[in-house]
Design a protein. Structure first.
Length: 247
């Protein structure tokens, strides 16, 4: 039995498109519904959280999640991925690296686990999630279109590097269009630049987001409230100034 977005404390953004802000790290996940498919954008910070998200998606869609897009290789966005068994998993080109899924700084899943524990995730939950990770099956180079059925088309775009070396954005055309930005855009605090960030290319990545969505789109940051194009432009300019990138 399907339910409404509001009944599950999700925010409806457009017809068949919604998002949920998760507790803990205030990480956003998205869901796009088609007639025969459902795309989840990011997977939460643990297997338990991923399982709850998959169950919510089943109730909203009336069937399982068929596609999972991981916006970038940080634990709070990918550690729930194994809970979406059977889904086709997508990431930006090169994100899988040498076979250990999503390795920030090239250090592999052990570095991902260690980062999660350092950020406050329970050590056992971090180990379970890291052990369950598998290589992304579909790496997006450039752009890739997904057909979720019933006329629902979604565009995956490799827009990085920026926040990490491998940043994937998701465009859902419509009125309004919705762009899931991952942590290339953050609203609830200053964008975080860790050791795997590529600051000199980050403003260009935001320009690519703006080209995807245009002036009237809703831009969904990895953390915080939904923003508009003016916010993304302002953050682009602030990042350029912060990192000394000429425009």
């Amino acid at each position: 039995m399907t339910v409404t977005w509001e009944e599950l404390d999700w925010e409806r953004l457009a017809d068949g498109v919604g998002r949920c802000r998760l507790p803990g790290w205030d990480c956003t996940v998205g869901l796009v519904l088609g007639a025969g498919g459902a795309l989840m954008v990011d997977a939460g910070s643990s297997l338990t959280e991923g399982g709850r998200l998959h169950e919510a998606a089943r109730r909203l869609a009336g069937h399982r999640v068929t596609h999972l897009a991981l916006t970038h290789p940080h634990f709070d966005h990918v550690f729930g991925a194994a809970a979406f068994g059977g889904a086709e998993v997508y990431g930006a080109y090169g994100a899988t690296g040498t076979g250990a899924l999503f390795a920030p700084g090239g250090q592999g899943r052990e570095a991902l686990r260690a980062d999660a524990v350092a950020e406050g995730l329970d050590a056992r939950a971090a180990r379970e999630a890291a052990d369950a990770l598998a290589p992304v099956r579909h790496e997006v180079r450039g752009e890739r279109r997904l057909d979720l059925g019933g006329g629902r088309q979604v565009l995956l775009a490799d827009v990085g590097p920026g926040h990490t070396g491998h940043d994937l954005a998701v465009l859902v055309p419509g009125s309004p269009a919705v762009v899931f930005c991952g942590d290339l855009v953050e609203e609830s605090g200053e964008p975080q630049a860790g050791p795997d960030a590529v600051p000199e290319h980050w403003p260009d990545a935001l320009d690519r987001l703006l080209d995807l969505g245009g002036d009237d789109a809703l831009y969904v940051p990895g953390h915080g409230a939904v923003v508009d194009a003016a916010f993304v432009r302002a953050q682009r300019d602030a990042l350029a100034a912060r990192f000394g990138v000429s425009r």
